[in-house]
Design a protein around this ligand. Structure first.
Ligand code: AKG
Length: 290
C-alpha cells in the first residue's frame, strides 16, 4: 500500500486507510471490516474541528495539579482499568476519578461534547451494532469510556505492547464486567488532541499475538519473546508509522498487533483520549471502555 500523510514507512504491510470525515456514510461498517479482518485500521480525519480540539486542550491545561494520575511517561485521567485490583479501596478510587470525569462532562462543554460525539461516531462506524460502555456489575455503573493520555517529552512514550497482553494482565477488571464481551482481539481507539512536535508516532510492528505473547518485563522496550522462547529485537522487525493529527480518530486492531508510541521530542506533550473496543459474544453489540 502507498504512503499517505498519516500512514508512512517502507512497506505498509497491514491494511490501514485514511478516510475523510465527509465519507463516513459511504464507507459503511468500518469497524466490522476490522472484525472480519479485511481491514486492520483506519484514521477518520478531522472528526473534531480545530476549535473543539483547542477547547479540550485548554480544559486539560487548566486541570489542577494532582487531579490526573501520574504514569511512567506522563499523566492519565480518569484512572485506567489497570488500577483496579481485588481490593474495594481500588474500586472506590477508580469510581471517585470517574465521578470527576462525569462532573466535567456536565460542567465543561468541550468534555461533554467529546463524550457524546465519540458515542455517535462509534454508532456511525458500526451501524448494525448496539453501542455502549460496559457496566461494572459490583457498582452497577458504567466503566470509563476512555482516558486522556498525556505523554511528556523524553519520557519514553508508550512501550511496546498489544491489547491482548493488557487483557491477560488485568483479568480481575474484566471479571467485574457484567456484559458478555468477546475478550479476544480487542480494538484500540484514540482521538488525537495534541500531536508532538516530532516523535510520538504509533509504530505498528509486523508481529502478531498468535506468535508472540510475552515480554521480559512490562517496561522492556527493546525486545519481545515469541512462542519458541526466542527474543525478537524490535530493531529487526518490519514496521511502519501511523500519525493521526489533532481532531482525527484512529481505530485499529491493537489487540493482536504489537505496537508502541515513540518517545515525544520537542517541547509539547502528545495528548490523546482513547480506549478499547470489542464486540459481544453474540456479535450484536459493540462496547468501548478504557
Ligand atoms: O493513546 C495512545 O496514543 C496509545 C494507544 C495505544 O497504544 C493502545 O491503544 O494500545
Amino acid at each position: 500500500m502507498a504512503n499517505t500523510e498519516r500512514i508512512f514507512g517502507e512497506d505498509i504491510f497491514f491494511n490501514f486507510i485514511e478516510v475523510p470525515f465527509a465519507e463516513i456514510e459511504q464507507q459503511g461498517n468500518l469497524v466490522s471490516r476490522i472484525k472480519n479482518k479485511t481491514l486492520d485500521g483506519f484514521i477518520m480525519k478531522n472528526v473534531f474541528n480545530k476549535a473543539e480540539v483547542a477547547e479540550l486542550n485548554d480544559f486539560l491545561k487548566a486541570m489542577k495539579d494532582g487531579v490526573a494520575m501520574n504514569t511512567p511517561s506522563g499523566k492519565i485521567f480518569p484512572a485506567p482499568f489497570a488500577t483496579i485490583t481485588n481490593t474495594e479501596e481500588r474500586l472506590e478510587g477508580y469510581y471517585d476519578m470517574l465521578g470527576l470525569f462525569d462532573a466535567f462532562k456536565e460542567s465543561n462543554q468541550s468534555v461533554g461534547n467529546l463524550a457524546s460525539r465519540l458515542d455517535s461516531f462509534f454508532k456511525d462506524v458500526a451501524k448494525n451494532y448496539k453501542v455502549s460502555v460496559p457496566i461494572n456489575k459490583i457498582k452497577n455503573k458504567e466503566v470509563a469510556p476512555g482516558t486522556f493520555r498525556m505523554f511528556y517529552p523524553n519520557m519514553g512514550g508508550l512501550h511496546v505492547h498489544c491489547g491482548n497482553l493488557f487483557q491477560a494482565q488485568s483479568m480481575f477488571y474484566y471479571s467485574l464486567i457484567k456484559n458478555d464481551i468477546d475478550m479476544d482481539d480487542q480494538l484500540s481507539y484514540f482521538v488525537v488532541l495534541q500531536q508532538a512536535e516530532s516523535g510520538g508516532e504509533l509504530t505498528i510492528y509486523d508481529m502478531l499475538w498468535e506468535n508472540v505473547k510475552r515480554k521480559e518485563s512490562p517496561e522492556n522496550n527493546d525486545f519481545v519473546i515469541d512462542d519458541n522462547d526466542k527474543a525478537i529485537y524490535l530493531t529487526e522487525v518490519k514496521n511502519f508509522a501511523v500519525k493521526p493529527q489533532p481532531g482525527d480518530i484512529l481505530i485499529f486492531s491493537g489487540g493482536p498487533i504489537w505496537h508502541r508510541v515513540e518517545d515525544i521530542k520537542g517541547n509539547i506533550p502528545r495528548i490523546t483520549f482513547g480506549g478499547f473496543l470489542n464486540f459481544s459474544n453474540d456479535n450484536k453489540e459493540l462496547y468501548y471502555w478504557s
